[in-house]
Design a protein around this ligand. Structure first.
Ligand code: HSE
Length: 434
């Protein structure tokens, strides 16, 4: 009988929006969890900083001593505190003490993932972290397990809901970034301090995790190139619209194969124009979606709620059931897979495409001067559109693929041409063939 088995004892660190939902769902359906894992699942304690702020948590479970809770009689530690410390120390303590870990802490995994995976490995216990990327969306388990027999070439996604909300609203209203950010704050879509989201730190931490799983390579947080959305102007959105594109903040992790066949990994976060008929273009509001391209599976799209109490709790509880099942059969989930050891490319060497929108003098020779600048930098042009407006003309150039450094240098030189009045918009282009 399942009820007669020793319970799986769970310590919960942190009880904010996600922790509250984890506790509610876990305690609301104990028989289902027992049936799915093969043993009763029992919460033995909830560590919080201010117990009086948690009237809905049974008093006997609350403690302010997280370390003592971790050291106690528990099998699994669920960490939902966030941030680096004390989460890192507590999780290392748990793992070294032989306890499995479930965490949703993307910043911690991005900065100290290797240390945590090694500690889990040495102790022979599990570390699961589905909630760390894209909230409720099952994404890490598919990368780590379902696609483990395939070869992933690209993971490209919208992994930050706040910035997607802002860019979607800018696209539909034509309003500026700062107006839209203020509105997002008023409606509760942006945090009081939105820096981690709008400057791309949150998405970059997630890209670190995705790139490591997709390419079986250790990727450090500092390996991920990062640009946020604060420089996106209504002019960029309008330029995208005029070519039937939209602007999204993308996390892109790809396998780059050089002409001599050597491989490397590119991991980056930046705003980019994508065609309106690309599956990611229709992802609006605060939703997340990730597009995965694998050699045998082809293209896969994962879509859903990337944040919030209940959606993130779903991912945490899925991990908890997986860890509990492993404990019941004395097994272990997947270990860190970093055998490929691919080098990570600097952004300058990464192949990208640019969309450049210019205001130029409308007189003979200007187009050829601009074209010559591309040619001098070995950048091939894919599309040119010119529209005269009296003395001035607008010129739109979309390039073929070149290194990001060559494209940047081309734009710098174009900006210095006497006939170029203004560089209206420069943005990378993704999601279409080069
Ligand atoms: N702040 C994130 C977002 C959710 O806006 O998507 C947590 O990673």
């Amino acid at each position: 009988m399942i009820e007669d088995r020793e319970p799986i004892r769970v310590a919960l660190l942190g009880c904010g929006t996600v922790g509250t939902e984890v506790l509610r769902l876990l305690q609301g359906r104990p028989e289902e969890f027992a049936a799915r894992t093969g043993a009763p699942v029992q919460v033995t304690g909830v560590a919080v900083r201010r117990p009086h702020k948690h009237p809905n948590v049974p008093e006997h479970l609350l403690t302010t001593d997280a370390a003592a809770l971790v050291d106690g009689d528990v099998d699994v530690v669920v960490e939902l505190i966030g941030g680096i410390e004390p989460a890192r120390s507590l999780l290392l303590r748990a793992l070294r003490g032989g306890k499995s870990v479930v965490t949703g802490n993307k910043a911690l995994l991005a900065e100290h993932g290797s240390e945590l995976y090694s500690a889990a490995d040495e102790a022979g216990v599990d570390i699961y972290f589905e909630a760390a990327v894209a909230g409720a969306i099952p994404l890490l388990r598919p990368l780590r397990e379902s696609l483990a027999g395939d070869r992933i070439n690209r993971v490209m996604g919208i992994v930050n809901g706040t910035t997607n909300y802002i860019l979607s609203a800018m696209d539909s209203t034509g309003a500026s970034y700062s107006e839209t950010l203020d509105e997002a704050g008023r409606l509760g879509y942006a945090e009081a301090d939105p820096t981690a989201d709008v400057d791309g730190f949150d998405a970059a931490a997630k890209a670190t995790i995705l790139a490591a799983l997709a390419f079986h390579t250790r990727v450090a947080a500092t390996d991920v190139y990062r640009e946020g959305i604060s420089a996106v102007r209504p002019g960029d959105i309008a330029a995208a619209k005029s070519l039937d594109r939209t602007v999204k903040l993308l996390a892109i992790c790809e396998r780059v194969v050089a002409e001599d066949g050597t491989e490397s990994v590119s991991a980056r976060v930046h705003p980019a124009m994508i065609p309106r008929d690309h599956p990611l273009a229709s992802v609006g509001g605060a939703f997340n979606a990730v597009f995965v391209e694998a050699e045998a599976a082809g293209s896969l799209m994962f879509y859903g709620q990337g944040a919030g109490g209940a959606p993130s709790a779903s991912a945490v509880l899925g991990d908890l059931v997986a860890v509990a099942r492993n404990l019941v059969v004395a097994g272990k989930g997947p270990r860190e897979s970093a055998h490929a050891k691919l080098p990570v490319q600097p952004m300058g060497a990464t192949p990208t495409r640019y969309h450049i929108s210019l205001d130029v003098d409308d007189k003979p020779g200007v187009l050829s001067q601009v074209a010559a600048t591309f040619n001098d930098n070995d950048v091939s042009i894919s599309v040119v559109r010119q529209a005269g407006r009296g003395e001035e003309a607008s010129l739109v150039v979309v390039t073929h693929t070149a290194t990001d450094a060559a494209l940047k240098s081309t734009v710098d030189k174009i900006a210095q041409l006497a006939s170029v009045r203004e560089v209206v918009s420069v943005m990378r282009v993704e999601g279409e063939s080069s």
